[in-house]
Design a protein around this ligand. Structure first.
Ligand SMILES: Nc1ncnc2c1ncn2[C@@H]1O[C@H](COP(=O)(O)OP(=O)(O)OP(=O)(O)O)[C@@H](O)[C@H]1O
Ligand SMILES: [Mg+2]
Length: 506
């Protein structure tokens, strides 16, 4: 047969004629040397054994792994790496003789350091001759130490992740902020923190299945704006403040919504995490601070002008009285009553401005104070066709300055009378509950709208032609000086209830 011999450069060197026999020799030789080259350079430790487990050949990687040479082992049973494995080895030989390939994990020993076992993966397969007969058994040994270390590392990481996850869950369990994880693609809430259940009494599972439940619980002021804000796929961090009425408690609340999008690898936003904070108390405190600021300004102003006004006022009043004695005029009474009104307003402003240093708190019976105020206010109420009723339960004493509590009661009763221009009823109730004495002053007047309710403690907030808008502000201040609280509930057209809570005297 003619063969072309080509030079490395690609140029034809010569044509040669080989006999069939010599070609077969070349073929066999090349196969054998190819197999050898492969076996010798294979980087996993490999050994070829005969059926009784004697070594026929080892590769350099095997020699290196077990610290031995081909010469040393040739024809000898391979025992040391396996030691306790002889029985099983013969079973395996049987399987391999049936042409099967077996893979299994085993702890092996090195020759030098016999005490140290290492995990290995053994691949045992038959070695075929060119006639397809099984001539021996090839054992490839792969050191698993690093892989096992890797596994332990992963296990360790998983454990850490698990503890971190538990820690995170623990944290979310106890924080008061409401956390929502939202899937924008599925349009579904995937996580809500336990605070939802604790604070809003909303069941998490229910909320998962029916996000609309949130809307039933709260009357949100601008729901469309809120929905747009929530579903927007913007990649930036954003916040929104919104008002909502807690329908169960009929109370207006302020919330701060903070959304942080979770960016995917491609920069798109498929989910976002939002934190919802109830900032009602913060808002109320801020308002109080604003009012206190206003109060401070009023105080400074009042201190300044009171001195300036008081003296000329006394002089004017004296002269008007003198004039009215000499020549009685129809205007002198008006002038005098207006002057008295100015004096009254000055008194109110000074009460707010002056720090109360000489207050003496005494143990008093609130019911007794109420009865005195009721008899004092009776003529005023009767003129306006208002009936004063009472429901006074036996209550423990409070520690208070009776004069100040009387002033609070007078201001509130006056407001109630003024809210009923065509007459009505005022009921004063007292009772004891949980360490506090509660007092309710309930009228059947025109009521107060939600918006106005928020502003009652602002100075000069009035809807009356001759009102100062300071009455309630003084009430709030005096009750808070007594470590109590004051709040309003009202329904327009039906009436108003003033709730006062004072601590029991110790
Ligand atoms: N019982 C009530 N029913 C309806 N509105 C009320 C009632 N109490 C207070 N208000 C509203 O609150 C506002 C503020 O009351 P506040 O006592 O501070 O001032 P005023 O009554 O207007 O003025 P002043 O007390 O100096 O006469 C009132 O103008 C009124 O609109
Ligand atoms: Mg008033």
């Amino acid at each position: 047969m003619e063969h072309l011999i080509v030079h490395k450069s690609g140029q034809l060197k010569q044509t040669v004629n080989f006999s069939e026999e010599s070609l077969e020799f070349f073929d066999r030789r090349s196969t054998i040397s190819w197999r050898h080259t492969f076996f010798d350079h294979y980087e996993e430790a490999s050994v070829i054994l005969d059926f009784s487990g004697r070594v026929l050949s080892i590769n350099p990687a095997f020699g290196k792994m077990f610290d031995c040479t081909q010469k040393e082992l040739l024809g000898k049973p391979l025992i040391f790496p396996f030691r306790n494995l002889q029985q099983e080895f013969y079973k395996m030989v049987q399987s391999v003789l049936n042409g099967e390939k077996i893979v299994y994990q085993q702890l092996l020993r090195r020759r030098k350091n016999e005490d140290q076992m290492f995990p290995a993966k053994l691949t045992i397969s038959p070695v075929f001759s060119s006639e397809e007969d099984i001539k021996g058994i090839l054992v490839i040994i792969k050191d698993q130490t690093e892989i096992d270390e890797y596994k332990t590392l992963i296990e360790l990481q998983n454990e850490t992740l698990e503890t971190e996850e538990n820690m995170l869950l623990d944290i979310t369990k106890h924080i008061d902020e409401l956390i929502i994880l939202f899937d924008l693609e599925k349009n579904k809430i995937i996580y809500t923190s336990p605070a939802f259940e604790r604070k809003l009494d909303l069941n998490l599972v229910d909320l998962y299945n029916k996000p609309s439940l949130l809307r039933k619980r709260f009357d949100i002021e601008k729901p469309k704006q809120l929905l747009h804000f929530f579903k927007c796929t913007n990649s930036g961090h954003r916040t929104l403040e919104f008002k909502a009425t807690d329908l169960r408690k009929n109370k207006l609340r302020w919330f701060l919504f903070e959304i942080t999008p979770i960016l995917e690898m491609d920069g798109t936003v498929k989910r976002h995490i939002s934190i919802l904070r109830d900032i009602t108390e913060l808002k109320e405190k801020n308002n109080q601070i604003k009012q206190l600021d206003q109060l401070g300004a009023i105080g400074q102003m009042a201190a300044g002008i009171a001195h300036e006004i008081k003296n000329p006022l006394t002089t004017i009043k004296g002269f008007v009285q003198l004039l009215s004695e000499q020549a009685k005029s129809e205007y002198s009474d008006i002038i005098l009553s207006e002057l008295e009104r100015i004096e009254f307003i000055m008194g109110e402003i000074l009460l707010l401005a002056k720090p109360q240093t000489n207050i003496s708190f005494k143990k008093e019976n609130l019911n007794k104070i109420i009865l005195e105020v009721m008899s004092f206010m009776h003529p005023e109420a009767t003129i306006h066709d208002v009936v004063l009723n009472r429901n006074l339960a036996p209550i423990p004493a409070v520690s208070c300055e009776a004069k100040q509590i009387k002033q609070v009661l007078i201001n509130i009763i006056k407001n109630a009378i003024e809210a009923m221009p065509h007459g009505g009823n005022i009921r004063i109730k007292t009772y004891y509950s949980e360490g506090f004495i509660r007092m309710n002053i309930i009228d059947t007047g025109k009521g107060i709208s939600k918006e106005r309710l928020q502003r009652l403690r602002e100075p000069f907030y009035t809807d009356k032609e001759k009102g100062t808008g300071l009455g309630l502000m003084i009430c709030y201040k005096l009750i808070e000086d007594h470590h109590g609280t004051l709040h309003f509930t009202s329904e327009e057209g039906k009436g108003t209830c003033v709730h006062i809570k004072l601590p029991v005297a110790t």
